[in-house]
Design a protein around this ligand. Structure first.
Ligand code: ADP
Ligand code: NA
Length: 336
């Protein structure tokens, strides 16, 4: 009934890190490559969600800089702006407009139950309304394009569930089946943990940048961050995510690059009696080699603002075309 439409978003709050890469971007690239053979699928839509990024205070110059850096990183990782729709959320005004309409279909207790809201508002003296209504804007991002599939990590499953509830509520209220019920696409990839505190996930929003490896970190920074990565007092290597979460994260990194199983890696290290400091050097080297081609493309792109502007303008044009038509239909449905 609905054409397959994939929608993904990424916040320009920092440069994407290895968690974003292996957990999201790499899967988008794989999807893009399999999609081109799939006739019934519309181009994948990838949104740099700058309006989500300002739910907590952001310096305008830094935000602007990260929008470009995010776009350049995505393209360097293999996202083809010709085959997909890669654009900046704020350049399509219908996101905000649809968000208002959908906000009328959700209750305050429904929003108050969101883990991300509880986590991010915890301890704030003043809680911005945008932090609270974040999932409504996210639902608008998805439903504006009538997306059917949303690649998300487990951290976003609750928001996607709310998006489905909102879509159902809208459809029931207006006796329509206009909005599909978008389903999550979850990769089987192990979520990477923070290098400084393996009880947390590797995240852009972590204040300590040593907790993550950014895709454009130079070799010496990668070495430094891996060297500083928190492990434990055991000397040799074993894979025990519960007992040895820090060390296991380093093994997860190796596996993410090479596609090996963590148990295989641990066994090989045991046989060769490799100790932690040798193992850290090995992981650094793998990461540096793996990121080199991405970084070479990135270096060229980031210095070509004109090209990046053209890419984002073109994406916004394509996104606006779909959004305008859909928003017009939605207004008709609600009687506006
Ligand atoms: P962040 O928490 O770093 O700001 P985003 O919220 O912008 O990340 O998420 C962008 C994408 O990257 C999402 O699909 C998310 O699930 C994925 N992602 C974020 N952190 C990790 C991680 N540590 N491991 C695997 N995937 C991750
Ligand atoms: Na996040």
């Amino acid at each position: 009934k609905y054409d397959k439409q994939i929608f993904s978003g990424i916040q320009p709050t920092s440069i994407p890190h290895l968690g974003n890469y292996f957990g999201a971007i790499k899967q988008w690239v794989d999807m893009q490559n399999s999609l081109s053979k799939d006739q019934d699928t519309r181009p994948m839509i990838i949104s740099i969600v700058d309006l989500h990024a300002i739910t907590l205070p952001k310096d305008p110059r830094i935000l602007n800089d990260y929008i470009y850096k995010c776009a350049a990183t995505l393209v360097s990782c293999g996202i083809d702006p010709e085959r997909n729709i890669l654009y900046q959320q704020s350049q399509v005004a219908y996101h905000g407009q649809l968000s208002w309409i959908l906000g009328c279909k959700v209750t305050m207790p429904q929003l108050g139950r969101m883990h991300q809201f509880k986590f991010k508002s915890d301890g704030l003296a003043e809680v911005p309304l945008g932090l609270y209504t974040y999932p409504v804007l996210q639902a608008a991002d998805i439903l504006l394009y009538r997306a059917t599939h949303v690649p998300v990590g487990e951290d976003q499953l609750q928001h996607l569930e709310l998006c489905r509830t909102i879509a159902d509520k809208f459809n029931n209220t207006y006796s329509t089946n206009y909005f599909p019920s978008p389903i999550p696409l979850q990769g089987e990839f192990t979520r990477l943990k923070s290098l400084r505190d393996p009880s947390k996930k590797m995240s852009k929003s972590d204040a300590d940048s040593n907790s993550r490896i950014e895709l454009v970190d130079p070799p010496e920074i990668i070495e430094k961050k891996i060297k500083k990565a928190v492990t434990d007092s055991e000397r040799l290597i074993s894979y025990k995510p519960d007992k040895r979460p820090g060390l296991s994260t380093l093994i997860d990194l190796e596996c993410a690059v090479t596609g090996q199983l963590p148990e295989e890696v641990a066994e090989r290290c045991m046989l060769q009696a490799i100790d932690k400091s040798e193992y850290k050097k090995h992981v650094s080297k793998l990461l540096i080699e793996h990121l080199a081609p991405i970084q070479a493309k990135y270096k060229k792109l980031i210095n070509d603002k004109k090209l990046l502007d053209d890419i984002l303008d073109d994406g916004a044009k394509k996104a606006n075309k779909i959004a305008e038509k859909n928003f017009h239909d939605i207004c008709k449905i609600i009687g506006s």
